[in-house]
Design a protein around this ligand. Structure first.
Ligand SMILES: Nc1ncnc2c1ncn2[C@@H]1O[C@H](COP(=O)(O)OP(=O)(O)OP(=O)(O)O)[C@@H](O)[C@H]1O
Ligand SMILES: [Mg+2]
Length: 235
C-alpha cells in the first residue's frame, strides 16, 4: 500500500532523515520507535507532504506521491494526527468533528462516519457541545483521532498518541487504536516513544536512530531483542 524508497529529508543544511526505506501492507499497523529527535515526526511529515524529501520515492497505492501537495495527499486518504493533539480549542467537539469531514460532501457518508466516531469514542458523544479546549488530555487525543476518522482515511499517521497521558489513559487510547483498525480496514503508521505499547498493537516495527533506520522486524520478535529491551523497554 505504501512504499518508501531511500528518502532523504533536510532542514536547510541539516539532514534529518537519511536514506530511509519502509513499506506498509494494506490493513497493517506498523510502529516507528525512536528517541527524541530521531526523525519520527519528520518522517510522518514527509509522507503527508508537509516536507519534501530531497531524494527517494514515496509510492502510495502504486502512485508516486512525493511531489504532491499536502492537500492532494489528504484527498488520497492519508491523514495525520499530529503530535500534541492539535484540536481547535475554541470550537465545540461537534464542530471539530465536522471540520474533519470537510472534504466529504455526501450527507449519508458523513452521518455514517459520525456514528463510527461516536461509537468508537462514546466519551465524545456525551460532550458534543463542550469546547474542545476544556476536554481532558485523553479526551482531546480521542477528538484528534476522531476528527481524522471523519475524513474516511485509508492510512492514518499517528504521532505519539500517548504523549502526556497517564498509563491508564494510554492503555485506553491504544485499545481504541486496535479497535479502529480491526473494524475499519485502515492501515496505521504509529510513531511512539512508548515502545512497549507500540509493539503490543503493531505487527511490524522500525527503529529510527539519528535519522537512520537502525532495526526492523516483527513486533513480537522486537520485544525480545536485547538492543530494544536495553534502549526502549527500560528494565
Ligand atoms: N523545522 C526544523 N528546522 C530545523 N531542524 C528541525 C526542524 N524540525 C525538526 N528538526 C530537527 O530534526 C531532527 C528530527 O526531529 P523530529 O521532530 O523528526 O524528531 P522526533 O523523532 O519526532 O522527536 P520527538 O520524539 O522529540 O518528537 C531533530 O534534530 C530536530 O531538531
Ligand atoms: Mg516527534
Amino acid at each position: 500500500m505504501l512504499k518508501i524508497k531511500e528518502i532523504d529529508v533536510f532542514y536547510g543544511p541539516i539532514k534529518a532523515i537519511d536514506k530511509v526505506s519502509l513499506y506498509l501492507d494494506h490493513g497493517e499497523t506498523v510502529a516507528i520507535i525512536g528517541a527524541n529527535g530521531a526523525g519520527k515526526t519528520t518522517l510522518l511529515k514527509a509522507i503527508s507532504g508537509l516536507l519534501k524529501p530531497r531524494s527517494g520515492e514515496i509510492m502510495f497505492q502504486g502512485k508516486n506521491i512525493k511531489n504532491l501537495r499536502a492537500d492532494e495527499i489528504v484527498k488520497m486518504g492519508i491523514v495525520m494526527v499530529p503530535e500534541g493533539r492539535k484540536v481547535f480549542p475554541h470550537l465545540t467537539v461537534q464542530e471539530n468533528l465536522d471540520l474533519g469531514a470537510y472534504l466529504i460532501s455526501e450527507k449519508k457518508l458523513k452521518a455514517r462516519l459520525m456514528d463510527l466516531v461516536l461509537s468508537t469514542f462514546p466519551r465524545l458523544k456525551e460532550r458534543l457541545k463542550q469546547m474542545a479546549g476544556t476536554l481532558s488530555g485523553g479526551e482531546q487525543q480521542m477528538l484528534a483521532m476522531g476528527r481524522a476518522l471523519m475524513s474516511a482515511p485509508r492510512l492514518l499517521l499517528l504521532d505519539e498518541p500517548s504523549m502526556g497521558l497517564s498509563p491508564i489513559v494510554t492503555r485506553e487510547i491504544f485499545g481504541l487504536i486496535a479497535k479502529i483498525k480491526k473494524e475499519n480496514e485502515i492501515s496505521i503508521i504509529l510513531v511512539e516513544q512508548n515502545a512497549h505499547m507500540a509493539l503490543e498493537v503493531s505487527q511490524r516495527a522500525y527503529v529510527l536512530e539519528n535519522g537512520r533506520l537502525f532495526l526492523e522486524g516483527m513486533s513480537k520478535d522486537m520485544k525480545n531483542h536485547p538492543k530494544i529491551i536495553e534502549a526502549y523497554l527500560g528494565v
